[in-house]
Design a protein around this ligand. Sequence first.
Ligand SMILES: O=C(O)CCC(=O)C(=O)O
Ligand SMILES: [Fe+2]
Length: 400
Amino acid sequence: MAIVKGANKGVGAARYLITKARAASTSAVTAQMAPTHSLPPGFTAQIGQLEACTLPERVSGSVSDKAIADAMIGAWRRDGILQIDMSKTQQRLYQAANAASRRFFSRPPAQKRACVDHMSYSGYIASGEEITDGVADYSEIFTVTKDLPHTDQRVAQGWPCHGPCPWPDQSMKNAMKSYMSDLAVSGEKLLQLIEMGLDVPTGSLTRYTDDGWHHMRVLRFPHRDRTNGKGKKGRGIGSHTDYGLLVIAAQDEVGGLFVRPPRQDEQFANWEKTSAGLRENDAGWMYVPPAAGTFTVFPGDMMQYMTNNFLKSTPHKVGLNVRERFAFAYFHEPNFRSVIKPLPGYNAGQSPIGGIHYGTHFTNMFLRNYPDRVTTARLREEGRYHLLASEQLRDEDGVL
Ligand SMILES: O=C(O)CCC(=O)C(=O)O
Ligand SMILES: [Fe+2]
């Protein structure tokens, strides 16, 4: 196996920049033993004490940026996740988005079910509709993908997954769009810092995100009762990894998210063989305690491929709790047309050799998760999947 740059990088450099101290260890507890934490009942996990940092106003390549970058890489390699503070603006945008989410999910079922689009996967996903590893999840979701009118050339030409977002009303649209636009700025800063932390040339990551396929899941989890809960009969969301570069998540005070810190003995590559259901019932999960005013951030599948497993896509799952829970998962992604290549210095001949077409990976994941959705049926009936292989939908050199 080829030696790749960065393999011996130390972790936790420049801790002095970290705004909240990370305790030296995590403690294994069960829900019963930890009344101060809102760990979902029936789960045993370590309570995570996450590395926390504040993003700079602007990434300038300064010494302090480099220290933050190194600390971030160290945290992801150790815990698979870290925390960043919301700015004041982000706190306000999060509150507004959360209020809009609660209003939407409290609408009558028929109104929610009407929010579906035939061309895109944007819109409502009822509890039980999403399938992870062959089993229905109890989450209730509103997905937001790039909101493109039917007159957009890509939609008119039938590009898979491209189409409008079926918003229930203008106020939900405004709240979600503002929240996502602000997160897109944080996503770019994070990529710039990662470039520094990985010692790759400036632009090695951000070259992929021009008109990135950023999207978001607005989530509600019902409270646990006799018919749902842990195990294959029902759960929040089964274990999985997400698909692109970064996941920037936010949750309310209820709690339910678990991540699986990277382990030497666990190899997976979601673009080749599904990582859904991975180690779901095994030991080794870490609970992510809610922390007001913070996002949690972890790498996705494309980051894992590009770095040859140096930053792995973090497996995570959601348990149902004793109260309903509201959360957001924002995905900072490459352009749909990008063919993702290993980063300079991290190319060890990883598979697939020719790179990964992000749009195909995204489409495959949505076809798998929503086999019965109208969008899936229409894509198949109209035989549009093959468009993904066409020259028009592929950017082979990543320069956009
Ligand atoms: O509920 C959460 O905190 C995370 C949700 C999630 O993993 C997802 O939507 O992909
Ligand atoms: Fe996820």
